[in-house]
Design a protein around this ligand. Sequence first.
Ligand code: GLN
Length: 554
Amino acid sequence: MAKTKYIFVTGGVTSSLGKGIISASLAKLLQARGFSVTIQKLDPYINIDPGTLNPYEHGECYVTEDGVETDLDLGHYERFSNVPTSRDNNITTGQIYKTVIEKERKGEYLGSTVQVIPHITDEIKYRVKLLGNKGNYDIVITEIGGTVGDIESLPYIEAVRQMRWEMGNSCLVIHLTLVPYLAAAQELKTKPTQHSVKTMLEQGVQPDIIVCRTERPLNEGLKSKIALFCNVEVNSVIESIDAETIYDVPLLMQKEKLDLVVLKKLQLPTETEADLVKWEEFLYKFKHPSSEVTIGLVGKYVELKDAYKSISESFIHAGTVNDCRVNVKMIHSEILEEHGVEEYLKDLDGILVAPGFGIRGIEGKIMAIKYARENKIPFLGICLGMQCAVIEFARNVLGLDKANSTEFNTKTPFPVIDMMEEQKMISGLGGTMRLGKYKCTITPGTKAFSIYNHREIEERHRHRYEFNNKFSDRFTKAGMIQSGINSQGELVEIVEIPGHPWFVGVQFHPEYKSTVANPHPVFVNFVDAAKKFSHLRSEHEIDAKTSEKASTTE
Ligand code: GLN
């Protein structure tokens, strides 16, 4: 195809309407019609990336293959489209200003006054077009974070206005708004949408398509009203009704013909229908599981639903492969420290100890791991979870009771987890961890090998500390082996306990790579182990009941 087309997705009325899911769903539909599509997120905050933000501020931090800490929406993009994103897919105001200021310092503006327009807006436009030029995509979808009317998103909307003007029908704007239902009036209300579109018009942008988030169906009358007041065609008013799962949204958008309207406006071919057979199969299996398991997710941000987003989505993908609903029970590690583990963990079919930073809640995580190890409950430790598994084993099996990570105790006599050499000289926090894709070699005959069925794998990382190889032999002899190693740096990537039915710790983050089309083997295998464990337990319970009965009737 000749030229890349650009679609902008803006949001109005409130935040959290799901621009990311709408963008990812549209990408999925266009991709299913044969177009190559990528999605980009422009975040109007001043941080260079969300890596330095805590999860209370910004939910999970997602990591791309090329090692960039990004917005969690990129996770949705990858899970829906199955295409990896990169550093070019997430741009923040901080990055834009940093580049412009650095250029100014080098004298690249040749003495002119550096201003928001044109310098900042030019940099924004350059970053949007870069993706189209570099990736050779048919379509680039750019989601603009925040809500129209925010002061900080003004330069972005101005950049959209300019691109729209320069590119004509190679560029279009989708505006996502809310149509609230007022119970007292028993009516859906279009006024907030009208106001939101007016705000865009004040900034010089006329949306081409309006997607309306709503709890109830919009009737034709309402659609016509929105069309009339917001200067769009009736078929360009798209209903986006609350869905049972985010994975329903591509199908709902297809029913509303969002993809068709977009293609017509961009003057792209519409003959090939979207092939969503695989997606529909996935949804059917997800909604009709024949079994269920409960997996405890032990972490410290359990009240934040977005803090472990990629992990919970990975369980959805893996559950579907296993024909099984995975109930994820969030367990606060500090509660375990206070109340003990038994009550919280005894009914679980699997235990996952989450990634994280800092000492808060560490002892609770270690207690949960001890319980999983001793009771032979399937266990998966991710990043910090793997490090805690190593500490637990050192303390309770090797007898090194003061063993720790130097992240939590720099003076520990047994630093079984220690800072990586290359990290010791680094002082800044932003973007300085071991980040992104690294190769790992797996030992044949191990659990890790049976999971991946490959010797060489690649997984994404986000950490500063690692397994301390000085202790390798002691661990191996006592029954915790290192089954995956980064061949360049000799870094331990996977540990496991062969004497346990399923006990695996991974230094990397498998959750960043799980997609609908490619559920991650670590999660798929873990859920399978949880299913087996649940079976075994119910058989045990039945046996115990029958023998109890037999002994009372004797
Ligand atoms: N805090 C640990 C480290 O930096 C683990 C990080 C993580 O779980 N992502 O190594």
